[in-house]
Design a protein around this ligand. Structure first.
Ligand SMILES: [Fe+2]
Length: 111
């Protein structure tokens, strides 16, 4: 599967992941995943974002954290409350109907 992470279209296709660098075990925190500056029309838009977590020490990864689909009436911007027991890596995938699948990842520590 081809997934893009860089290139001249990365700035408005690659999802952005906002969350603390480090969180407390079992405590809620806000996770935001979004794509900024992309056209938002029926013929060209970000159709969905999926977010996964690769948990340190887990036998089978990843775990899906959230999945959203979008029409041209809404911005591709998701905020959820999450809580983790272990650290790991958050991976977001964003799909543009014209320019394919884009990904970003971010490490998160659990104290
Ligand atoms: Fe696009």
């Amino acid at each position: 599967m081809m997934v893009y992470t860089e290139g001249d279209k990365a700035s408005n296709h690659k999802p952005k992941i906002e969350c603390p660098e480090s969180v407390k075990k079992g405590e809620k925190f806000e996770l935001r995943v979004y794509v900024e500056g992309h056209p938002n029309k029926v013929e060209h838009s970000i159709r969905w974002i999926e977010t996964y977590f690769y948990e340190d020490g887990r036998d089978f990864n990843p775990v899906m954290l959230c999945k959203s689909t979008f029409s041209e009436f809404v911005n591709p911007d998701i905020k959820v409350e999450a809580k983790l027991e272990n650290g790991g890596k958050i991976v977001a995938l964003a799909y543009c109907n014209k320019h394919g699948l884009w990904s970003e990842e971010k490490e998160i520590k659990v104290e």
